[in-house]
Design a protein around this ligand. Structure first.
Ligand SMILES: Nc1ncnc2c1ncn2[C@@H]1O[C@H](COP(=O)(O)OP(=O)(O)OP(=O)(O)O)[C@@H](O)[C@H]1O
Length: 233
C-alpha cells in the first residue's frame, strides 16, 4: 500500500542570480512499512529530499503525498503538526541534549505527542536499558545514536527519516545501527528511509532510490533484502 507518492518535486535554492536545482523533477513511490535507501554522492540532493519528506522544507513545485494527504500545500502550522506526530528523525551527529540523561532526552520528545511509548520501553528496544541514566558524554557514539533512535521511535512515528545515521560511526558500530534500523522497520512496520552515500549498504533495503544531480537515476526493488551481517565493505 502506497505511503509516499512524490510527484514532479523540484526544489530550487537561489544563490544571488544563480538557481540551484537541489531536486529536479523527482518522482517515486514508497510503500507503507518499506525500508528504503536513498543513495547518492555528496551534493546529489539527498538531504534536501529528506527534509521535504519530513516537512522541514517546502518544495518549489510538485506534490508530496504522504498517507493520502498532499503536504506540499500545508500551512506552516499544519507542517509543524505533521512533523510532530508523523515523523521521527535520526541525524548523523545524534543531536542529543548534553545536559539531559538518555531517558530525559527520550522523554522530552515523547512529551510532544499523546500516546507516546514510555522512554524506558523505547530505550530497551534499542538495547540501552542499562544506560538510561547516563548523559550523552558518558556514552559511545553508537550508544548516542541508539538514544537518538529511541527518541525518534518513542513518538510512535509513521515515518522514520535517517540522514547518514552511521556517518559518524566506525564500521562495526555502524553495522549494529543499521541492523537495528532494519530489524525495527521489519518488526514494527514503520516506513523507514535511510539517506547515505555508501552503496555497499544498499542490499539491506527493500527499495533503493539512486539520486544524482537532483534527479532519480534508477530505482531498484529488492524482494529479498540482505541482512547487514552478510555485507562487507
Ligand atoms: N539552503 C541552501 N541554500 C543554497 N543551496 C543549498 C541549500 N541546501 C542545499 N543546497 C544545495 O543543494 C544541492 C543539494 O544539497 P543536499 O544537501 O541536498 O545534498 P546531499 O546529497 O545531501 O549532500 P551531502 O551528502 O554532502 O550532505 C547542493 O548543491 C547544495 O549546495
Amino acid at each position: 500500500m502506497t505511503y509516499i507518492d512524490i510527484k514532479n518535486c523540484t526544489k530550487i535554492f537561489k544563490n544571488g542570480m544563480e538557481k540551484i536545482y537541489a531536486n529536479n523533477n523527482i518522482n517515486f513511490v514508497i510503500n507503507r512499512g518499506e525500508l528504503v535507501i536513498i543513495l547518492g554522492s555528496s551534493g546529489a540532493g539527498k538531504s534536501t529530499l529528506l527534509n521535504i519528506l519530513g516537512g522541514m522544507e517546502n518544495c518549489s513545485s510538485g506534490d508530496i503525498i504522504i498517507d493520502g494527504k498532499n503536504i506540499s500545500h500545508y500551512s506552516h502550522k499544519k507542517l509543524t503538526k505533521y512533523r510532530r506526530y508523523d515523523v521521527g528523525f535520526v541525524f548523523q551527529f545524534y543531536n542529543l541534549i548534553p545536559n539531559l540523561t538518555a531517558k530525559e532526552n527520550v522523554e522530552l520528545a515523547a512529551e510532544l505527542v499523546a500516546n507516546a511509548m514510555p522512554a524506558d520501553k523505547a530505550l530497551k528496544l534499542v538495547g540501552l536499558e542499562n544506560r538510561m541514566n547516563n548523559f550523552p558524554s558518558q556514552l559511545s557514539g553508537g550508544e548516542q545514536q541508539r538514544v537518538a533512535i529511541a527518541r525518534a521511535i518513542a513518538k510512535n512515528p509513521k515515518l522514520l527519516l535517517c540522514d547518514e545515521p552511521t556517518g559518524a560511526l566506525d564500521y562495526k558500530t555502524g553495522k549494529k545501527i543499521l541492523n537495528l534500523l532494519q530489524t525495527m522497520c521489519h518488526n514494527s512496520g514503520v516506513t523507514t528511509i535511510i539517506v547515505t552515500h555508501n552503496s555497499a549498504i544498499a542490499p539491506i533495503a527493500d527499495k533503493i532510490i539512486h539520486i544524482q544531480d537532483g534527479q532519480v537515476k534508477k530505482i531498484d526493488i529488492n524482494s529479498d533484502p540482505t541482512s547487514i551481517d552478510d555485507i562487507e565493505w
